[in-house]
Design a protein around this ligand. Structure first.
Ligand SMILES: [Zn+2]
Length: 179
């Protein structure tokens, strides 16, 4: 059971909104070494009080949330991540009522988050069913070498990482719903 990604692991990995934003930045831009504008080898630093990063030389800005489900959302990134975590570890899905209770948000807000995540999970079902298979193989302790997208070191934490990878991609957001 040591490979299971628990709530403790989650809290350690994503203690706050900044950690979540960094994760999205990494997901979308990887190890961005060169600035697209000044072409210098640079470091992007987070702009204080904003959900953006800037080039240390020319100030070129990158907003990793643009065109993702997190963009313009009044829900905190950490609440989004926690919801995604709950969805990714639950086999039978998560109800809006459950999210309302866990996040301490209104039912309406919880319902919108659940709807958006379900929709994205549905759109990426193939990739996700692969992840769930890997996850179950591990939990069951019957792991035999390489299988599917999984490798020897693939753990449940990768399941969540892959889910996030999908969610961090620019999406065509669903009609009018901004949780
Ligand atoms: Zn630059």
């Amino acid at each position: 059971m040591t490979n299971k990604f628990t709530i403790k692991d989650f809290n350690k990995m994503y203690p706050d909104d900044k950690a979540c934003l960094d994760e999205i930045f990494r997901n979308r831009y990887g190890d961005l070494k060169f600035c697209p504008q000044c072409k210098k080898e640079t470091n992007f630093y987070k702009i204080r009080g904003r959900k953006s990063y800037a080039c240390q030389y020319c100030g070129y800005q990158i907003s990793p949330l643009a065109d993702t489900i997190f963009h313009k959302s009044s829900t905190s990134l950490r609440n989004w991540f926690y919801s995604i975590y709950l969805f990714s570890v639950s086999k039978n899905g998560v109800s809006a009522k459950e999210l309302e209770r866990q996040l301490g948000v209104t039912y309406k807000c919880a319902w919108r988050i659940a709807r958006q995540i379900r929709l994205l999970f549905k759109q990426n079902r193939e990739i996700l069913s692969d992840i769930i298979e890997i996850d179950e193989t591990y939990i069951g302790g019957k792991h035999k070498g390489k299988r599917g997208r999984g490798s020897e070191n693939k753990t449940a934490v990768m399941g969540l990482a892959s889910v996030l990878e999908i969610l961090c991609k620019p999406q065509i957001t669903t009609r009018g719903y901004r949780p």
